[in-house]
Design a protein around this ligand. Structure first.
Ligand SMILES: C[S@@+](CC[C@H](N)C(=O)[O-])C[C@H]1O[C@@H](n2cnc3c(N)ncnc32)[C@H](O)[C@@H]1O
Length: 198
């Protein structure tokens, strides 16, 4: 079973539910992510792995959003949704001049080969000076606990990547301006980081 299939029978309401890991990790990450996305305006954005549209709900107020997900039924926001895989974006999206590829809490479902495909495909649909903004779960602190819990409780394989590995992979996929913003969790323990790559 593919990892994303765990969402197949989930409702939008269930997808929005906040569990323990939200309060230990995402809550703190949001303190950095929301101020950043609040500044984005007048952009064409593709939200890959949009889920219930947690961030797109805010982004769509000032931007044009298209959502892409293997489980588009999770999103009931009034925006264009495409069903498909993050590793095949270019063949799914007709507009190849997106200003931003935005993807949060999705890359942990991708193994290295799939992650590289996602980066390459993102590059293909970005406009000149376009940006990839994505979160990556770190292999340290809460990151390793998060992945361990996913395997133990839900039987899902999730993946973590170090900043060094991500920078190397992005460079091989044609991104050269790379900014990393740490997203620490409860007690400032490392958990994830935000990548902004051009
Ligand atoms: C944890 S949810 C994150 C949702 C949203 N981005 C957020 O930040 O709340 C992960 C989403 O990624 C989607 N997903 C996972 N793997 C995918 C893939 N290979 N291609 C497209 N969507 C995928 C899942 O269907 C799910 O909706």
């Amino acid at each position: 079973m593919k990892n994303y299939e765990r969402y197949r029978l989930m409702t939008p309401g269930e997808c929005k539910k906040k569990g323990l890991m939200y309060y230990l990790c995402r809550h703190f990450a949001d303190k950095k992510i929301f101020p950043l996305i609040n500044k984005i305006k007048n952009k064409k954005i593709l939200d890959v792995g949009i889920g219930a549209g947690y961030y797109s709900k805010v982004l769509m107020k000032k931007n044009q959003i298209i959502g892409l997900d293997q489980n588009p039924h999770l999103c009931n926001l009034p925006l264009k949704l495409i069903k498909g895989d993050a590793t095949k974006i270019a063949s799914l999206v007709s507009n190849k001049k997106m200003d931003i590829i935005f993807s949060t809490w999705m890359t942990e479902y991708l193994n290295e080969k799939e992650l590289v495909a996602f980066f390459k495909e993102s590059n293909k649909v970005l406009a000149r000076n376009g940006k990839l903004i994505t979160t990556i779960i770190a292999p340290s602190g809460f990151g390793s606990i998060y992945v361990f819990m996913a395997k133990m409780i839900k039987g899902i394989n999730k993946y973590t990547y170090s900043e060094i590995v991500i920078c190397k992979l992005l460079q091989t996929c044609g991104f050269n301006k790379i900014k990393i913003i740490p997203l620490n969790g409860f007690l400032m323990l490392p958990w994830a980081f935000l990548v902004i790559a051009e």
